[in-house]
Design a protein around this ligand. Structure first.
Ligand SMILES: Cc1cc2nc3c(=O)[nH]c(=O)nc-3n(C[C@H](O)[C@H](O)[C@H](O)COP(=O)(O)O)c2cc1C
Length: 414
């Protein structure tokens, strides 16, 4: 079943069920345009055999980056470099979407000490500033920026966009009653808390027309006390279907509850209640509930590694698309091998790492970010690199990108 094509509601055709999920590349230059290394990596991913590639987090506002080396899509982006990125990603027959995002309160303090957010509730982590509650006009401007980014992606030749409504960024934080404490039409009931995400999707669709794929990434839950719940996620998914999204990608968590990229098995008590498939693909049971409520295709991302589990998840109707991230970093050619039956599972070096509690915060993610940079600079990963070394090298690189960005901005203010 993995090799069966899928037609999206808007007519776009995916040649099989394997999707490269969004992974923040940290490969942009100091003007936040794609570098040659990034374009070359997308060419390899484009020829991987996957049906669809989703780019990493691409902010629609350069004052609200996720980190200094994000590619930004706005009126100052280089159209030629964006066009070349789209062409590279599509060069092997895969469709390509840009993941458009606004970092909100998860914008690092070095980039913006007073980021715009849905409320003034600060992130419970060091390195982030004190957010400002956005006014009605500022929210309308954010919606307009998402629409502009979608138009620019379309003009560059991308097949569509994925609106990032997960992981605690602005649109996801608006969904959370814990963070969204507003008393106006953007806060309170789920209808109000989902308004920003829904209006962004509506504006993106209006700006790009029906031929363009518009997808959304949504948390199955924030996994946070008082946060966006699984029941609310199902209800929100129904609302997004009514807004005309082509498919919904299911993930989970926020910066404060980083469960999107787990690498160790669930605790035994939970694990015993789960099927083999759900133990590997840790959002599968949540996605199954969401899929039951919808008519549009669902994609689940998180943990898929073995062809047997992918086949089982598709056969059971728990998902329509198999999203994967980290395996594409270790082996950008794995989908072809998996589809041909040459391998039974993707690489999974994370399984050998100590549990997250025994590591510095973000170490596993940062190790993979460093491996992604190695793929772009020297064309291969270094799976034997010790985890702390990869973590440190990424932190050094992002510190240097931040210094470069701030220097470029000081020399030529926005
Ligand atoms: C290096 C790295 C960067 C990521 N960046 C993003 C991102 O920009 N946007 C996003 O929605 N998810 C991001 N993720 C999460 C992945 O899309 C995916 O949900 C997660 O890695 C779980 O899938 P996997 O187990 O197949 O890796 C990132 C993950 C990694 C490892």
């Amino acid at each position: 079943m993995i090799d069966r094509p899928l037609q999206l509601p808007g007519g776009a055709r995916l040649k099989n069920r394997i999707v490269k999920s969004a992974m923040s590349e940290a490969l942009a230059d100091a003007r936040n345009d794609p570098t040659e290394g990034m374009i070359a990596l997308y060419k390899r991913w484009g020829q991987s055999g996957a049906a669809l590639l989703i780019t990493g987090n691409t902010p629609v506002d350069r004052d609200h980056l996720e980190h200094a080396a994000n590619v930004v899509l706005d009126e100052r982006s280089d159209p030629e470099k964006t066009r070349r990125l789209a062409a590279a990603a599509r060069s092997g027959g895969a469709l390509a979407l840009v993941q458009i995002a606004h970092s909100g309160r998860q914008t690092p303090e070095a980039i913006n000490a007073r980021p715009l957010s849905i409320s003034d509730k600060a992130l419970d982590l060091p390195g982030y500033g004190t957010p400002r509650m956005a006014s009605e006009d500022e929210l309308q401007a954010v919606i307009g920026r998402f629409a502009m980014a979608a138009r620019l992606a379309q003009k560059a030749g991308f097949d569509g966009v994925e609106v990032h409504g997960a992981h605690g960024y602005l649109l996801s934080s608006a969904l959370s009653p814990r963070i969204n404490t507003r008393k106006d039409r953007w806060g309170g009931s789920l209808t109000n808390r989902s308004r920003l995400l829904r209006e962004v999707i509506r504006a993106v669709r209006a700006a790009s027309g029906t031929d363009f794929v518009v997808a959304a990434k949504l948390n199955s839950s924030d996994f946070q006390k008082g946060g966006f719940t699984h029941e609310e996620s199902i209800e929100t998914a129904r609302m997004l279907e009514r807004e005309g999204v082509d498919f919904l990608e299911i993930s989970g968590g926020t910066f404060e509850t980083p469960v999107a990229y787990q690498h160790t098995a669930q605790k035994q008590s939970t694990a015993q209640k789960q099927s083999t498939a759900a133990r590997e693909a840790y959002f599968l049971d949540y996605a199954r509930d969401i899929k039951k409520a919808l008519g549009i295709p669902v994609m689940v991302t998180g943990g898929f590694r073995s062809a047997a589990v992918m086949r089982q998840a598709l056969a059971e109707g728990a998902t329509d698309l198999i999203g994967m991230g980290r395996p594409f970093i270790l082996d950008p050619a794995f989908p072809r091998k998996l589809l041909a039956g040459d391998i039974a599972a993707t690489p999974a070096p994370e399984r050998g790492f100590p549990p997250a509690e025994a590591l510095p915060r973000g170490a596993v993610l940062n190790w993979f970010c460093h491996q992604l940079a190695l793929q772009s600079t020297r064309g291969k990963a270094d799976p034997d690199l010790p985890i702390i070394e990869g973590h440190d090298r990424y932190l050094d690189r992002i510190a240097s990108s931040t210094a470069g960005l701030l220097a470029a901005r000081a020399a030529a203010p926005c």
